[in-house]
Design a protein around this ligand. Structure first.
Ligand code: PNS
Length: 158
């Protein structure tokens, strides 16, 4: 039974994240999507709102659970007895930091592997921060996030 954790800020969840969840859920018997609870980082949505948006967008998956964590990811992964951490990789610009984190997590625990899934090409430019900026200035975010998330973003930014 392979258990995976897909961690992130998910502020908010995008179609790029959902693509990784869809593919991660095929690789793992169970996939925990976990939102980082970081009170030091200013976010548009609360942790509860982010968890609920992901739950709503992933309700068709029987093997996906949505949760949140605080502190070190590797400690959470060990607590959950996860085998792998799943990460999405977009452009080369993601690589350096992700590589550093994967090596640090491996140093902290030999037990948990990090697996990278290359983003699908249609999502390679997509990020939560960019879409919030586009929405903030009245741009169209149709097709970048699920419809329920789109409404939530516009309502928050009103
Ligand atoms: O969606 P993001 O913001 O790119 O996600 C980054 C995240 C949450 C995966 C990363 O910041 C993280 O793992 N934070 C938890 C704290 C931690 O473990 N830091 C040391 C990493 S080696």
């Amino acid at each position: 039974m392979k258990k995976g954790i897909y961690p992130g800020s998910f502020d908010p969840v995008t179609n790029g994240h959902l693509d990784i969840i869809h593919r991660g859920a095929k690789i793992c018997d169970k996939l925990i999507v976990s939102v980082l609870n970081n009170p030091n980082k200013k976010s548009l949505f609360s942790v509860e709102e982010r968890v609920n948006m992901i739950k709503e967008s992933t309700k068709e998956y029987d093997n996906v659970e949505v949760n949140y964590f605080s502190g070190l990811l590797i400690n959470y992964a060990e607590e959950q007895r996860a085998d792998v951490i799943i990460k999405g990789l977009r452009a080369v610009s993601d690589f350096e930091y992700e590589f550093q984190m994967a090596l640090m997590n491996k140093k902290l625990s030999e037990k948990v592997e990090t697996i990278f899934l290359m983003t699908s090409s249609n999502n390679s430019y997509l990020s939560s921060s960019l879409l919030k900026e586009v929405a903030k200035f009245g741009g169209c975010i149709e097709g970048l996030v699920p419809d329920s998330v789109k409404e939530a973003v516009y309502n928050k930014l009103k």
